[in-house]
Design a protein around this ligand. Structure first.
Ligand SMILES: [Zn+2]
Ligand SMILES: [Zn+2]
Length: 353
């Protein structure tokens, strides 16, 4: 066991503050990574403040962060894919049972026994729970470590590990390809990645937003059209025309008008998580054999596929890089959606703690 610097919160009402945490010495299948950048995901904030206590209560102290990019510093004797000096990334998962049907199918993200990067029971007993990426280093089983294409900006790569795969995976699943008409609802951390991916897949991309001020930025990110979702006339023009719509909105909103935009067999996938149930009219689904579904990150192989795709198409997230000392301030700004489009912590700032 060794000690490493981190930022942790000691209760639901405490700010994140400098701390020292234990990490295990790499076992034979482990990769030790010096963390260079860690993105800030909204679920970090939910967990720190114990806002998901009903299904995933937070254990304190918590070290959040699951959008990790760094450099390999040490590998175990059985590690074959990585060597010291390599770039490496870690996303939302650091382990799973590897024996269930989902794991065998490469969908570790649906394993009933997966170990999340933070706030999951630590199988290695280094600490009561796993500690995430707001830290100087992390030790992860090789299977859950991802390769990072060398051409990508590293700060912009970190958010690909959650915001990126969360939007990439459903587009692959629902076969977003050249010539398809794709909608992206909401232009935040997830939405801006959705626009980039849909465009790179060759789709005709339409952004739905409630803020006229976002039009120009949506076009810059790759949208062909921007529709004000509260303007019924504008919405009507697109009725029955979409193959796929990705809904990234995490606040309560009316989804029937979106379902009505789908063509026959079209799909609306939710990746935002509104706190209250959404109302759905059965008619909207019945008349066009349309479907409504959800999606949650992606498996390890697909996450690697996404990173490689980003390398080929030079796709990264638009980030505002901050020192870790500004993390509490960043959380307050996140609550106001005051970021374009993802905060990313420069972990070099942790050295001065
Ligand atoms: Zn996340
Ligand atoms: Zn499993």
């Amino acid at each position: 066991m060794y000690k490493t610097k981190a930022y942790s919160a000691s209760s639901a009402t405490s700010p994140l503050a400098s701390a020292t945490i234990p990490r295990r010495d790499p076992t034979e299948r482990d990769v030790q990574i010096e963390i260079l950048y860690c993105g800030i995901c909204h679920s970090d904030l939910h967990s720190v403040r114990n806002e998901w206590s009903e299904f995933m209560a937070t254990n304190y102290p918590i070290v959040p962060g699951h959008e990790i990019v760094g450099r390999v510093t040490k590998v175990g004797s059985a590690v074959s894919k990585y060597k010291p000096g390599d770039l490496a990334a870690v996303g939302c998962l650091v382990d799973s049972d590897r024996t269930c049907p989902q794991c065998k199918a490469g969908m570790e993200n649906f394993c009933p026994n997966m170990t999340l990067t933070f706030n999951s029971p630590d199988k290695h007993k280094t600490a009561p729970v796993t500690y995430g990426g707001y830290s100087a280093s992390i030790v992860v089983d090789e299977h859950f470590v991802l390769r990072v294409p060398s051409n990508l900006n590293l700060a912009g790569t970190a958010p690909l590990l959650c915001a990126g795969i969360t939007t990439y995976s459903p587009m692959r699943h629902w076969n977003v390809t050249e010539g398809k008409k794709v909608g992206v609802v909401g232009l935040g951390g997830l939405g801006h990645m959705g626009v980039k991916f849909a465009r790179a897949f060759g789709a005709h991309v339409v952004v739905f937003t409630t803020s006229p001020g976002k039009t120009q930025d949506a076009m810059r990110l790759g949208a062909h059209e921007v529709v004000m979702s509260r303007n019924a006339d504008e919405m009507k023009k697109h009725a029955g025309s979409f193959d796929f719509i990705l809904d990234t909105v995490s606040a309560g909103h009316d989804i029937d008008p979106l379902i009505n935009l789908l063509r026959i067999d079209g799909n609306l996938t939710l990746v935002g998580a509104p706190p209250k149930p959404l109302a759905v009219s059965a008619f909207g689904l019945i008349v066009g054999r349309r479907s409504l579904s959800g999606s949650n990150i992606g498996g390890i192989a697909e996450t690697q596929e996404m990173l490689d795709f980003c390398g080929r198409h030079n796709i990264t997230a638009d980030v505002e890089v901050i020192p870790i000392q500004k993390v509490n301030e960043a959380y307050e700004r996140l609550l106001k959606s005051d970021v374009k489009y993802r905060f990313c912590i420069d972990m070099a700032s942790l050295k001065s703690e």
